[in-house]
Ligand binder design. Structure first.
Ligand SMILES: [Mn+2]
Length: 415
């Protein structure tokens, strides 16, 4: 037995005994961790960039088929992802049946579709001054039709959702009419909403700034929720962790949205200052854990069903190998989830009722400070994944093999 296998066995035995003393069942924890799957977007497999430049990592997937191969590899190593979220027009499937077959061969399904009206990509009219909120009705119509086309593509693939993130906004005071922009956006989204099949949901994302730096049409969860209310029950708010101003209480937003059955899903990433697209859990693991505490609480207390929430990683890998970064992100998400599962919710509830702030903090931090790495690793092993995916990836020299096969200067579609 290797040293790392021995270490794992000892850690797991210890954890098993400790959790048994706390009345926790290791088997059910492992099955809950194993069942939690997170989608990977089609734009996450290439080196990301900033507006200042982009540095290729070599061996990047050259087409959708190769992106699926990379996600298939991730799925095989980690057993924590079973779906791809496609971005249109970056990844339009040329042969739908072949793409479906390829994805199925890796056990990969199709999560929510992503439309793109934040850049010009060969369409007749420019989105420079906005898309769904544009003052020109012909541009709004074009943007609506793009979204309807994305829905059609998604239907053929078996997707069940449309994610809309709008870059619309303005850079200078006076440039845009706030109320008109909001009304036009809502009207455009209404046209898109009625074009969705009845078993689909619309995930409406928000972002406080960037690429516009004075005003964003949908800057926060409240504005997104207001619009969703006007659309219908199948429109819900999408929370992207990086799309908040520093120190925003995101766990409270999650609780509030679940209270209204309005949480569509999550985009996982992390940030220090703003939308930095850093690896999930790399900056604020405690925040991630607290978010999972609210998610589990909201689901257990029947505010909103766990199954109704979509999960996806949405990060940019400017300096890391994207596959390594995704392995780390999936691990961090599983750890946060596992820790949140350890919270003694009965005790916490009692502390809350008693006004025992000290006791409540002890309960929360007892779970957070538990080392759950062996638990997450064991869940992965039992699911048939690699014990240590990152180590396996490096030892097998997978990036080097991808460079040999695809070339050193390949560039995946995306930003
Ligand atoms: Mn996002």
């Amino acid at each position: 037995m290797s040293t790392s296998d021995q270490f794992h066995k000892k850690s797991l035995d210890l954890l098993y005994e400790q959790l048994a003393l706390k009345g926790k069942n290791l088997t059910s924890l492992i099955s809950e961790i194993s069942a939690f799957q997170i989608a990977v977007p089609s734009w996450a497999l290439g080196a990301g960039g900033t507006r200042f430049g982009r540095f290729s990592i070599g061996g990047e997937p050259r087409n959708l088929e190769e992106k699926l191969e990379d996600i298939g590899l991730l799925a095989r190593l980690t057993k924590r992802t079973d779906a791809v979220s496609l971005h249109i027009p970056w990844d339009i499937p040329q042969d739908v049946d072949a793409i479906k077959q390829k994805a199925a061969s890796f056990g990969i399904g199709f999560d929510a579709m992503n439309s793109n009206t934040f850049q010009d990509y060969g369409q007749p009219l420019s989105y420079k001054m906005g898309s769904l909120s544009n003052a020109d009705s012909a541009i709004r119509k074009q943007a609506v039709e793009h979204n309807l086309q994305v829905i059609e593509t998604g239907k053929s693939l078996g997707s069940k959702g449309l994610t809309v993130w709008l870059a619309d906004g303005s850079n200078f005071p006076g440039q845009a009419h706030f109320r008109k922009a909001l009304r036009w956006t809502t009207e455009s989204l209404q046209e898109i909403y009625v074009g969705m099949p009845t078993n689909w949901k619309l995930l409406l994302e928000y972002k406080p700034y960037e690429p516009n730096f004075y005003h964003t049409v949908i800057p926060d969860w409240g504005t997104s929720a207001l619009i969703c209310r006007q659309l219908g029950d199948r429109a819900k708010v999408l929370v992207d962790l990086g799309h908040h101003l520093p120190n925003t209480n995101i766990e409270q937003i999650v609780a509030t949205l679940m209270h209204q059955d309005m949480l569509a899903g999550f985009h996982f990433n992390d940030s220090k200052f703003g939308d930095d697209d850093l690896s999930t859990g790399s900056i604020k693991p405690y925040q991630l854990f607290l978010i999972f505490c609210e998610l589990i609480g909201g689901s257990e207390e029947k505010a909103q069903a766990w199954e109704s929430v979509s999960w996806m990683i949405d990060a940019s890998h400017n300096t890391k190998d994207p596959i390594e970064d995704l392995i780390q992100a999936l691990e961090a998400i599983s750890q946060a989830y596992a820790k949140a599962l350890l919270v003694d919710r009965k005790k916490l509830s009692q502390c809350q009722m008693d006004g025992d702030a000290v006791g409540a903090q002890e309960v929360i931090q007892d779970a957070f400070l538990t080392d759950v790495r062996a638990l997450v690793r064991e869940a992965r092993i039992q699911s048939g994944g690699e014990a240590d995916p990152l180590n396996f990836y490096r030892k097998e020299k997978i990036r080097e093999k991808l460079i040999a096969k695809r070339g050193k200067d390949t560039q995946a579609s995306g930003l």
